[in-house]
Write a protein that binds this ligand. Structure first.
Ligand code: GDP
Length: 356
């Protein structure tokens, strides 16, 4: 074959942030729900702490907005825990763990304190983002067209309703501009590097959800493809989402893997309260598929996980592990080198935290 054995493009990691009650959780639920009802086999894969939506499913939801032939990135991986607290503690090699973010803003409520906090974090971490202007269905006189692209539903609104919504949307565009971002409705944005695309959506009716997925996919494909190129057979690198006690497994790590792979025979190094922890993987766990969840066991064991993915790692000696800390697979490198890498990265994270 012409391709490198371990070459591959990974799924971009997407985070959802925004002010409380602006609809982060609802939007994630809607994306998952749309995927499940899309009719595609294997529509989504529930990972630990994340949901993978494959390209075929995105294309099914987005219809004419996404032609799968235009893409070679495999889909999108949404981090399930929304909010900027999780976002800001989740790092990868000094940058943000998420490759791209959705900033959710309630069209009625506009910018609020946590919207501004989120903007600051996105600026600081230089994370590309789009704005989901949510709850468009609450516009007075709105005529809902479930799950349709936004321009299609806009065409079916009264002039009065469209005007009311436009006023709210331009207020959001104005607030983005006050914060140093040139922004416009996403369909008018030519260059997403210098401009923020605003996607009007409803997490309630699904209007605009096709657009949201299409824009995330398009942006990733256009501007991030090089960063998504990984050696799928290489030593894995990830970030700890959570340190959790799990019956039958002891202390486990919920990890988002953003590079390489992890296998059940790997030795790993994890950031800990004092020194980096060196330990051997005992089991790699994924949630059991929904239809099998009635069996007692919540997890199923897998032999290998390849980035980008969420996975639960069971291993001895994890009590001192830290949420937000790096995880590295040792594999064929000298162990000391990996320990030093983890130590250095932990030091960088602590300096950052102290600065805030
Ligand atoms: P979060 O705190 O940002 O995660 O917000 P939630 O997803 O919990 O949403 C807060 C409230 O707004 C809930 O009662 C949702 O049902 C409601 N909500 C969220 N999105 C929409 C929407 O698009 N339209 C309407 N009408 N309600 C919404």
């Amino acid at each position: 074959t012409t391709m490198d054995a371990g070459g591959g493009l990974r799924t971009p990691i997407v985070a959802v942030l925004g002010h409380v009650d602006h609809g982060k959780t609802s939007l994630l639920d809607k994306v998952r729900g749309s995927a499940v009802t899309s009719g595609e086999a294997g529509a989504i894969t529930q990972h630990i702490g994340a949901t993978a939506v494959p390209l075929e499913t995105i294309s099914d939801i987005a219809g004419r907005l996404v032609d799968p032939d235009d893409f070679d990135l495999p889909g999108l991986l949404f981090i399930d825990t929304p909010g900027h607290h999780s976002f800001s503690t989740l790092r990868s090699r000094g940058g943000a763990l998420a490759d791209i973010a959705v900033l959710v803003v309630d069209v009625n409520d506009g910018f609020q304190p946590q919207t501004l906090e989120a903007i600051d974090i996105l600026k600081r971490t230089q994370t590309p983002f789009i704005v989901a202007a949510n709850k468009i269905d609450t516009t007075p006189g709105w005529n809902p067209n479930p799950d349709t692209p936004v321009q299609q539903t806009l065409a079916e609104q009264s002039d009065r309703a469209e005007q009311r919504l436009n006023e709210s949307l331009y207020e959001i565009i104005g607030e983005l501009s006050d914060n140093g971002f040139s922004a416009d409705m996403y369909w008018r944005v030519q260059n997403f590097r210098g401009n923020i695309g605003v996607v009007p959506v409803s997490a309630e009716t699904g209007e605009g959800v096709p657009d949201l997925l299409a824009v995330l996919m398009g942006l990733s494909q256009r501007y991030m493809k090089e960063d998504m190129s990984i050696d799928t057979a290489g030593a894995g690198a990830g970030t700890v989402l959570e340190v959790k006690e799990e019956r039958g497994f002891g202390t486990t790590l919920d990890v988002v893997l953003y590079d390489g792979s992890i296998r059940t025979d790997d030795t790993i190094v994890v950031g800990g309260k004092n020194d980096p922890i060196v330990t051997d993987v005992r089991a790699l766990l994924q949630p059991r598929p929904l239809e099998e969840i009635r069996t007692e066991k919540r997890f199923e064991k897998v032999d290998e996980v390849t980035a980008a993915a969420g996975v639960k790692i069971a291993a001895p000696d994890l009590d001192e592990a830290l949420a937000g800390a790096p995880v590295r697979v040792v594999r064929d490198r000298p162990e000391e080198e990996v320990v030093e890498e983890v130590r250095q990265e932990l030091a960088d994270i602590s300096v950052d935290t102290a600065e805030n």
